[in-house]
Design a protein. Structure first.
Length: 276
């Protein structure tokens, strides 16, 4: 059976690939088997992967909100847009979970011109700039022009020292983080140029997906018990991660949730963040 990918490419339907994605959500073998059985009755020739995803998500949500939230992770990160401002805050949280200090949204004067910096991080007295390439559509790819451009900015900045994190010091490293993928040329150029690259699937064992799962750094946008409007309200309150809701549940009162809704959200959040 042929289905249509996000890119428009026509490919064979592969239930094993869907099974793998469902299992990664934490759902058990029996639940996944039942979902695949129900999907087989719904899938038709020429169906889009987006439609299949939506069906699978709905069936998984009936079984477990937290499993559905984890299955929805990539789309949830895309909801940190549209401009990517909240994605930058999310990336800062990611570095902070690894014992970095972090600052966002700075403007620094380089040797030649001034530069807006998405995130600055410091660990072991080493400062790095982090450039975030946010894509609202999952088929978008950061090509080789991205690391080439960011390298030129880094070269302009590393010539100087700045008053950062309490003392004057240089920026000596550079990261590029994207919620999608890098082209092979982008990875080759970035690695050859000494840039640190992080995407949804790169590096293989320490990519964005594995860092999120391993450290339970799920964005609030993945919660299935909140509406889009409620998620936006939390982001505006600077509540970026699900675990921040657990530690500061009063934020749910601030956005107008009833006691019963708060109970349901906290249940999903606790299940999501205790998953191993």
């Amino acid at each position: 059976m042929k289905i249509i990918k996000h890119s428009g490419d026509i490919v064979d339907y592969n239930p094993d690939k869907l099974k793998s994605s469902l299992l990664k959500s934490g759902a058990g073998q029996l639940v996944v088997k039942d979902i695949l059985r129900q999907l087989e009755q719904e899938i038709f020739e020429g169906m889009s992967t987006k439609q299949i995803y939506k069906l699978a998500f709905g069936l998984l949500k009936k079984a477990s909100n937290s499993h559905a939230a984890r299955y929805n992770l990539r789309q949830a990160i895309q909801l940190l847009g549209p401009a990517g401002f909240f994605f930058e805050k999310f990336v800062a949280r990611l570095f902070q979970s690894e014992k970095y200090e972090a600052q966002t949204n700075l403007t620094l004067q380089g040797k030649c011109v001034s530069h807006e910096i998405d995130v600055l991080v410091q660990k072991n007295n080493i400062i790095a700039m982090v450039e975030c390439k946010f894509h609202a559509h999952r088929e978008a790819v950061s090509d080789v022009k991205v690391p080439m451009y960011i390298l030129s900015r880094f070269n302009d900045l590393k010539e100087k020292s700045f008053q950062l994190f309490g003392k004057k010091q240089p920026i000596s490293k550079c990261w590029i983080v994207t919620n999608n993928r890098f082209s092979s040329d982008a990875v080759t150029f970035g690695s050859c140029s000494g840039l640190n690259m992080l995407s949804w699937d790169f590096p293989l064992d320490h990519n964005l997906r594995t860092k999120i799962d391993n450290n339970h750094l799920y964005p609030v946008t993945c919660l299935t018990t909140l509406s889009l409007t409620e998620k936006d309200k939390l982001l505006i309150l600077d509540v970026i991660l699900v675990k921040e809701i657990i530690n500061h549940s009063d934020c749910l009162e601030k956005i107008g949730l009833s006691p019963n809704r708060i109970k349901n959200v906290l249940k999903e959040a606790a299940e999501l963040c205790s998953y191993i």
